[in-house]
Design a protein around this ligand. Structure first.
Ligand SMILES: Cc1cc2nc3c(=O)[nH]c(=O)nc-3n(C[C@H](O)[C@H](O)[C@H](O)COP(=O)(O)O)c2cc1C
Length: 281
């Protein structure tokens, strides 16, 4: 008997665990790490009011710090929130625990000052680097949690509403610290009905060099979003009168025709945090 997983360009057949399968020329590798990764899915908010064991939280935090990071500078801070109301205020969701990942150079700045240096990590490169570091440690925590049977929600709900609240609620440093992503950990009250699919292959993975989509390939991607059995797009776009999922996504969700006419609160805060570079002179 074969179990199937959607991977690469289509349906790949995988031999049931522990059995040789002569019909499958190159069996996809399988091990417990790959199985954990394959089982990942987001819990969209419905977490039980149940604490995480301290040992599990400690293991998730410490193990996630193994994520690669530029120059081993760990230009991030992680704020652990256990109060459910505070979790909601910060990101709009509550679970057993919230980890807020911030791009953060203030720790290094304090060390620099104590050694007599002036350190101004205020370039776009600094911000992008710290954002990558923060995102990698957050996703590593997601995987560590899942390996312990703990589910998660990554959310940018922290960037909705009044972004200034984080500096008040969590007393973030005024400069060189910016919240990147929140991770809610916990146990679902209800299992998701399905695992979301992914686009893969053409347009996502480019071999050798970047290859733009042809019209036929773009239409195929639109079709894949529309195919509800793949669970890539959200489910109710046609009920709202749209011909395609991407019509709903572009018009109603990302407002593709929106024009930015004034400085956004996020840009204002990035400037105040010292992350938008102004050339000297
Ligand atoms: C940057 C980022 C922001 C997200 N924000 C939210 C959110 O605010 N609410 C939510 O329910 N899910 C959020 N998600 C989860 C995505 O919706 C989810 O990963 C995606 O739909 C794929 O589903 P899956 O993770 O179950 O495979 C976010 C994920 C990322 C990486």
């Amino acid at each position: 008997m074969k179990s199937s997983v959607l991977l690469g360009g289509g349906l790949i057949l995988r031999a049931a665990a522990g059995r040789a399968d002569t019909a499958t020329p190159a069996a996809a590798p399988a091990n417990s790490t790959l199985n954990t990764l394959q089982s990942l899915r987001t819990i969209h908010g419905n977490f039980a009011d149940q604490p995480l064991p301290d040992s599990a939280l400690e293991a998730i935090l410490r193990t996630s710090l193994r994520a690669a990071n530029a120059s081993n500078s760990q230009s991030y801070s992680i704020i652990v929130v256990k109060d459910r109301q505070l979790m909601r205020d910060v990101c709009g969701y509550a679970g057993s625990c919230l980890l807020l990942y911030c791009a953060d150079y203030s720790r290094m700045k304090v060390c620099a000052q104590s050694l007599g240096y002036t350190y101004e990590p205020g370039t776009i490169v600094d911000f992008v680097t710290a954002t990558i570091n923060a995102a990698l440690v957050a996703q590593t925590a997601v995987i560590a949690a899942k390996s312990l049977g703990i589910d998660s929600l990554l959310t940018n709900g922290i960037h909705r509403g009044d972004i200034e609240r984080h500096w008040k609620l969590l007393e973030l440093p005024p400069e060189h610290c910016f919240p990147i992503i929140a991770l809610v950990l916990g146990y679902p009250t209800q299992e998701p009905a399905f695992q979301r699919g992914r686009l893969d292959g053409t347009g996502v993975i480019h071999t050798g060099k970047y290859r733009p989509l042809s019209k036929v390939e773009a239409d195929e991607i639109t079709r894949r979003y529309d195919d509800k059995s793949l669970h890539i797009g959200s489910e109710d776009w046609d009920a709202n009168g749209y011909a395609h999922y991407l019509d709903w996504y572009l018009k109603d969700w990302v407002h593709a025709d929106r024009k930015i006419t004034a400085e956004t609160p996020m840009l204002r805060r990035l400037k105040r945090s010292g992350f938008v570079e102004f050339p000297a002179g």
